[in-house]
Ligand binder design. Sequence first.
Ligand code: C2E
Ligand code: MG
Ligand code: MG
Ligand code: MG
Length: 281
Amino acid sequence: RAKEAGGNSYKVFSQLAEDDDQKQLILENDLRNACETEQLLVHYQPVIDLSTGRLKSFEALVRWKHPDLGLIPPGDFIPVAERSGLINEIGTWVLESACEQVKQWHYLNDTLGLAVNVSIRQFRNPQFPSVVRDVLEITQFPPHLLILEITESMMQDDYESVRIIEEIRALGVKLAIDDFGTGYSSLSKLGFLPIDYLKIDRSFTMEMLTHPPIQSIVQTIIDMGRNLDMELIAEGIEEEGQSSILAECGCQFGQGYLFSKPLPAEEIETAYCLSSLLKVN
Ligand code: C2E
Ligand code: MG
Ligand code: MG
Ligand code: MG
């Protein structure tokens, strides 16, 4: 975990706590407090139609503004939230905040989609479909514009998972497989579960220009997705060359620092997107 830490938050943190268990406990307590004191925030990363350059949607990405440690990236605290069970509360908060925010942007462009990450413990909670339904009702967010991102490992074909997926789909909400190609899954599951989007993991995007075999794999993922009537989204596009190759290979959508980093809502409105939000209409 320490290796993945962004900035120096973790370094500071490691001076505070001696061992991993202790760190875990402190973080967990701080996180519980964070939920109550509005230290969590959501950043938004634009997803772009690679062939037209138009804005398709935003991915909501949670951050934790810790009073002493600064901005902590989700990779450092989502696992803590997962283990402690706080993820249900946090996940619901992210979902509701993001729906509320993007709903406001619908005054400018009412086709804007929103993708929200869902962790395994949330997804496996039997209450999850009704939580999603309640949030849609409270925020009046159009269900067909909401995409829930799950990972391959969550894609079990056991009875309970299939029931949850079907209940979510019955609400009209879309599903995406995040980080596709990096997890463990059998491809046959893709044929049985109703998935709308495949997100090609950043590791493929990073390597595809320099490693021809990786480009072949990406092409194969794209062809497979399209044959299954899924839409493709490439993650981690940082260079123009990656964007154009992906578009040529038939990948319709992409996100990455080339277009924009994830930004707070205010910055999306001012610095980057308000004009492109308007342009779409
Ligand atoms: P993810 O869903 O695969 O999100 C993409 C990650 O890649 C984000 O990291 C994003 O900031 C980063 N990224 C986007 N474009 C680029 C690029 O061009 N270059 C590079 N190097 N990175 C790029 P972030 O925000 O740190 O999130 C990490 C992971 O944490 C997410 O991966 C997701 O699995 C998880 N996560 C984030 N927010 C939530 C949440 O609200 N709930 C849950 N359960 N998980 C979340
Ligand atoms: Mg994601
Ligand atoms: Mg991803
Ligand atoms: Mg990823």
